[in-house]
Design a binder for this molecule. Sequence first.
Ligand SMILES: [Ca+2]
Ligand SMILES: [Ca+2]
Length: 428
Amino acid sequence: MNNFYTPIAVLVFCVAALGAALWSFQPDDTSEDLNGNITDSGAAETTDPGADTSRQTPMTACNALGTPIPVIRESSILENPKIVAALKDEITDQTVSSLIHDAPEDLGNSAGDRLKGMVWIPGGIGIIGSDAGPPDETPPHPVALDGFWMDITEVTNAQFKEFVDATGYVTLPEKPPELRSLKPGFPRPEQILEEFNKPGSICSRPIDSLDEIDPEKGAYSWWQYIPGANWKHPEGPRSTIDDRMDHPVVHVTWLDAVEYAKWRGAALPTEAQWEYAARGGLDGKSYPWGNDRTPNGEWRQNIWQGLFPVDDKGVDGFKSTAPVATFPANAYGLHDMSGNVWEWCSDYYQPDYYTVSPPKNPPGPKESFDPQEPGIIKRVQRGGSFMCSDEYCVGYRVSARMKGEEDTGAFHTGFRCIVTPFMLRTAR
Ligand SMILES: [Ca+2]
Ligand SMILES: [Ca+2]
């Protein structure tokens, strides 16, 4: 396996989408991914914001699972205000003058309903990406975005129930699997393995000891396809959301999230909108509030503390999802842009998209390409989840990119919506 793919292999097990891999799981095929090659940490010294994205990601020695821990450099060129200013100067005056910065004054009659629970994200120029993390975050680059409204919180179970009650909508994890994420022209399995060929979704199995992890299965030792798991039953048929209506909805596939958004007259954010909003006007920082993960010793994100995947000590107060907005908002008024649940974006995933994305309102690539699984259609996920540990996955960094199969949900993946001024002028 090319070393370029190693960081993706390391991070992939934090992601929702394991579905197609599970359908055809063969230990011999995946052991290389799970073990990954440790690369030279000297590669971390690259500081060129236009650095070749095929450079190797620096890795330390292995963690307790035998997988390399992704090294995140403590310093970034973006700490230099002159570099940030120079990057922003790459955006032409003409582009800047054409941006929608402030919310329109005349919002129309339906705006109050459509914008409920949302906040205006002022348009402007922000720096997207980072030189401190995996290659798919590079190069850090300026984007010019029109302003938009965004959900203050992840979509909750109560909100999703409103949609289901109004429409009778049935999510994909509630239906028999159909492998919708397989690209045309790629080989299809003759049949879905019996254990996966029933409605269900992906959960994490409690592990009491690292000894329970099968070296051949690696991460598949704790990720499990659970028949009967869906948004109403997050851990399987015997679990409920009755006392979790203010928690983020989970086990919603990208395709389901899009249907919910349409119903609300909204959309999923582009990846650029998501990161721009998550930064809250702070360029080049690691988290939505700055560079200190726990300012004054205070946790501002629901992630995993302790030995992963055995012992989540729940130091932040939660060992699973937290009620939305439990943790403080960023400067734009957005909660849980780091941690709690991963959030779907509208974009297809391509690891090198930042090398070719347009400077104004980047819409995402025209098609998906994940070099690790080129035959699977994947969409971007952002923000990390309660399953992210600094020993294994650092997806809670504001620049961290993730991907998931668009037809697959998981118990740590949700979403939030946006509305643009243009959308507000059009019928729902
Ligand atoms: Ca937690
Ligand atoms: Ca989140």
